[in-house]
Design a protein around this ligand. Sequence first.
Ligand SMILES: NC(=O)c1ccc[n+]([C@@H]2O[C@H](COP(=O)([O-])OP(=O)(O)OC[C@H]3O[C@@H](n4cnc5c(N)ncnc54)[C@H](O)[C@@H]3O)[C@@H](O)[C@H]2O)c1
Length: 321
Amino acid sequence: MARRLIIECVVFLYTIIVQCFHVIKSLFLPLKKNVRNEIVLITGAGSGLGRLMALRFASLGSTVVCVDINTQANESTANQIKSEDGKAFAFTCDCSSREDIYRVAEDIKASVGDVTILVNNAGIVSGKKFMELSDIMINQTFAVNTMAHFWTVRAFLPSMITKNHGHIVSIASSAGLVGISNLTDYCSSKFAAVGFHESLQLELASLGKHGINTTLICPYIINTGMFDGAKSKFSRLLPILDPIKTVDQMMDCILRNGNVLIIPKILCFLLLLKSFLPQKSFVTMSEFFGASSCMNEFKGRPKKKLIKMNDRFLKSNTACV
Ligand SMILES: NC(=O)c1ccc[n+]([C@@H]2O[C@H](COP(=O)([O-])OP(=O)(O)OC[C@H]3O[C@@H](n4cnc5c(N)ncnc54)[C@H](O)[C@@H]3O)[C@@H](O)[C@H]2O)c1
């Protein structure tokens, strides 16, 4: 028994050292995977990060399946890709509905093929104090930000398992790692997305499905419009992120089969502080770093601004892909 435990410990330490070595090596070598023949499905492809990622994958030769509840914005992304000789398909889908996801998934499998890279990106935010949230809002936030991950993965994972080839990308948030005032529904839904990613990753590893990668992305506030009005208390230390630079980092991580990306890196230090400071200090620390006040002037994006914002991305994207 003791001998077996010693062997397990040695194998464990050896594996950790080899994994650390691989991570350090990957920082210096531009080893990125080829996604030319992949079928990439992106939820929330009609706007913000989803739209930018769709354009990036298309520029790398992937067939992009754009999925969004907003038909016009989604088709605009697919049309932009096609106008640049890329391959894209647009499917309107309400990701808060399991039935709609399963229906659209069947259409996609029949008309495009098996999805090999699934990016769960669609997300919503209410930005209200807990008691001002309606029951419907809370349900909707979980339906889009968490439950949709379950239904899309259940729809597309089986073919990835059969081929032992695929990649599941979960766009969560730094609000899925630390609580923030006025974001109880959003934070909890993103914490759940983080838990989903970690558990799925372990399950795939225990099944020996090492050909299926999982990536979790946790960014701080990004200037896409979704969090309009939210403020950073220390804008030099924790600046509101630029969407294009953020997508650069996200794509780099995905193409390297990275496991977790927290943007900006300084957040890792704050998470470390959170984990070892006494629990009583959590409120003091959150107040100091602005987690209690950053949403005080939150407005969110008025629906009308969506198309205008897409035009801005269309223009800026030409420079970045
Ligand atoms: N913007 C930020 O500050 C920020 C920070 C951290 C994480 N995130 C996360 O990144 C992801 C993308 O954010 P963004 O800033 O690009 O947001 P965005 O609002 O620009 O885009 C979200 C897209 O999701 C779509 N969508 C919303 N509800 C849907 C539904 N029910 N079914 C299908 N599509 C739906 C919208 O139509 C929109 O096109 C989200 O998951 C968000 O939570 C954003």
